[in-house]
Design a protein around this ligand. Structure first.
Ligand SMILES: [Zn+2]
Ligand SMILES: [Zn+2]
Ligand SMILES: [Zn+2]
Length: 159
């Protein structure tokens, strides 16, 4: 399922299901879904927007958690390593995964105006995979980041 990041949707349910999916995946894989890891994921899920590590740290501090940078960074590392969040290279930021627990190469649609981020279910890595196979090339990682304007930032949509 692709989260309709740019459209109006039941966002509370969206957060709940993503946190529940992460909790279930952690339980199934014997991973510790600690309080701080859960909270960092919730912060990433709060808006469909990429957040820098520093933004997350600030948020934790605003909540009076007095989190030290390594704590926030380790929680982020954990979320990325296990596929609950992705690193968005172009923005040097992080976004919660739209379909955790599913093995996939993420593809992102990034709004250059408001930094809203949508994760596409299937990226062009399928086409790349065919080219790679024909060339005897083994792809280890594909990063797909498309930049443009989301519907909320497209002038015609606001008229
Ligand atoms: Zn949502
Ligand atoms: Zn993902
Ligand atoms: Zn936008």
């Amino acid at each position: 399922m692709t989260v309709p990041a740019f459209q109006r949707h039941d966002h509370a349910a969206c957060i709940d299901s993503a946190v529940a999916a992460a909790a279930a995946a952690c339980a199934a894989r014997g991973l510790q879904f600690t309080e701080i890891r859960r909270r960092v994921l919730e912060i990433l899920l709060a808006e469909h927007r990429a957040l820098g590590a520093y933004d997350i740290l600030e948020q934790l501090r605003a909540e009076g958690r007095g989190a030290q940078p390594p704590v926030a960074y380790r929680a982020l590392d954990f979320l990325v390593k296990h596929g609950f969040a992705h690193r968005i290279e172009r923005l040097n930021a992080f976004a919660a995964c739209a379909h955790p627990g599913v093995d996939h190469a993420p593809a992102f649609l990034i709004c250059r105006s408001c930094s809203a981020v949508a994760e596409a279910e299937a990226g062009p890595e399928r086409a790349l995979g065919a080219v790679a196979a024909a060339q005897g090339f083994t792809i280890e990682q594909t990063v797909v980041e498309a930049e443009g304007l989301c519907p909320n930032c497209t002038p015609e949509a606001q008229a």
